[in-house]
Ligand binder design. Structure first.
Ligand SMILES: Nc1ncnc2c1ncn2[C@@H]1O[C@H](COP(=O)(O)OP(=O)(O)O)[C@@H](O)[C@H]1O
Ligand SMILES: [Mg+2]
Length: 462
């Protein structure tokens, strides 16, 4: 998951957890508040009713300890009009009177026995069942309990209120979620944009493109970008100094090596018939030759890389250049037992440095020949394609392992399967630099029947 998506998911989850608990708390508070209010109301009502009943009892039943059914019915008849649904029990929980007609009188109500018992012990009690509150309180006359009053109170309005609030909360949550999603997308993009730019720049650095990132501000990311840019500058300086060092060293080595190479060649001619000496001088000549080539290649590469190499650009017949180069390479190919066939479209012109383009073509043919078994064929094809000339060099050789394909243009890089065959690993690197200085391109692909195909393309000079 991307950083931006992570941020959005975190924001939303946090918000939903908070919303859930706030909602739960709100609903619970409303419920408690409702129940408390009802309780207060019912205690008030029951005290009033008790007062009325005891006074009536005093008048009707004089000093009797038993509340009579007549008195109860009379009271209910009056109070029922005011309080709605009420019932009166005697002290043995027998129903004496009820404001609701369908309740059978004289039968104890077992449903709410616990609150009736609590009331017979002198305190009020209530219970909520099926959205209805049952509230029981004692009727006390001359310090003794003569009956129990029960008020039945529908709580459906409270349920309605809670449902209403739940709906509002639900809709609110929905709207809030949409707003929050938009806000979190906005914040996440703002936060991740500079990070993405930094990541892109780091990616470029890995590909040796040292373009600085500009992130304004004083936060950590801006700070990081400044350090990053500073690092880029130092890295570039370091690379440049390293290249200059290599260039200086190889330049210094060239002069003495030229002498060594020249003298060893002379020695080889003059050594006569002493076989031991002849063998030693032969090695001396070969090794100094190899070293001389290596130093020359390093020097060329570093001169091109540091922009010190001059290009003599002229209009050239590229077809002739390739044909001549092939002729020069025929002996080398023959020694390897490799046949070169070519199909070259004639008189295709390019603008370029002749010597350097020859170097490129020599290198590509040399690789094709060098990495091929004897009795195989190297094919050259030169043709025009829109405003480019394409030179394809295909061999039937050892090929380049897929995962090393992108690395072989790096200097000194040699593929795993090429280690047995001598080389410096600099040829392609030099070729690429030269071709790019000509606004062309060079790439390698795996041949269809194994082997490798090098594809060189240059702009045509019409
Ligand atoms: N035609 C080819 N067939 C197989 N491998 C090749 C071919 N051309 C280049 N390579 C691989 O690319 C590497 C780099 O080539 P190059 O720069 O010319 O260096 P060198 O030939 O001196 O090793 C070689 O070492 C080899 O692994
Ligand atoms: Mg090579």
């Amino acid at each position: 998951m991307k950083l931006k998506e992570k941020l959005i998911v975190y924001y939303l989850s946090a918000a939903f957890v908070i919303l859930f608990f706030v909602g739960l708390f709100t609903l619970n508070s409303i419920k408690n508040l409702g129940i408390n209010t009802i309780e207060q109301q019912l205690t008030g009502q029951s005290s009033l009713a008790e007062l009325y009943i005891t006074q009536l009892h005093a008048i009707q039943n004089e000093n009797s300890d038993d509340l009579s059914a007549e008195t109860s019915k009379f009271v209910i008849g009056k109070l029922g009009l005011v309080f709605g649904n009420i019932r009166i029990y005697d002290k043995d929980f027998k129903l004496l009177a009820s404001s609701k007609a369908n309740t059978s009188l004289g039968i104890s109500d077992t449903q709410n026995r616990e609150i009736l018992e609590a009331a017979s012990n002198g305190s009020y009690a209530y219970i909520v069942r099926n959205s209805t509150a049952y509230f029981a309180s004692p009727i006390t006359f001359k310090d003794s309990i003569i009956g129990i009053l029960e008020i039945i109170y529908p709580m459906s309005f409270l349920q309605g209120l809670i449902n209403g609030v739940s709906n509002i909360l639900l809709i609110g949550t929905f709207i809030f979620a949409i707003l929050l999603a938009l806000i979190s997308i906005f914040i996440a993009s703002r936060l991740t944009k500079p990070i993405n730019r930094l990541a892109k720049a780091a990616d470029n650095y890995a590909n040796r493109i040292f373009s600085p990132v500009e992130i304004k501000g004083s936060d950590e990311i801006a700070q990081l970008s400044r350090s990053f840019n500073e690092m880029g500058i130092q890295l570039q300086e370091y690379i440049l100094r390293q290249k200059q060092f290599v260039s200086n060293v190889s330049h210094e080595l060239r002069t003495p090596l030229t002498a060594i190479k020249g003298y060893s060649e002379l020695l080889y001619e003059e050594v006569g018939d002493r076989p031991d000496l002849k063998k030693a001088v032969f090695h001396l000549k070969n090794e100094s030759d190899r070293l001389y080539k290596l130093v020359n290649e390093v020097l060329t590469l570093s001169r091109i890389e540091t922009g010190r190499e001059e290009f003599n650009m002229n209009r050239l017949n590229f077809s002739d250049l390739v044909n001549d180069t092939v002729d020069k390479m025929l002996i080398r190919a023959q020694n390897n037992g490799v046949k070169i066939t070519s199909d070259i479209e004639s008189d295709v012109y390019v603008k370029g440095d002749k010597e350097k383009l020859v170097q490129v073509v020599v290198n590509l043919i040399d690789n094709a020949v060098k990495y091929s078994p004897s009795k195989s064929v190297v094919r050259l094809n030169l043709f025009k394609e829109s405003n480019e000339v394409i030179l394809m060099i295909s061999d039937q050789g050892i090929g380049i392992p897929e995962k090393e394909m992108s690395k072989v243009f790096d200097r000194f890089y040699r593929a795993e399967n090429a280690q047995r065959i001598p080389g410096t690993g600099l040829g392609l690197s030099i070729a690429k630099h030269i071709v790019e200085a000509h606004n062309g391109s060079i790439r390698l692909t795996a041949g269809i029947e194994g082997g490798t195909t090098a594809i060189l393309s240059l702009p045509i000079d019409s």
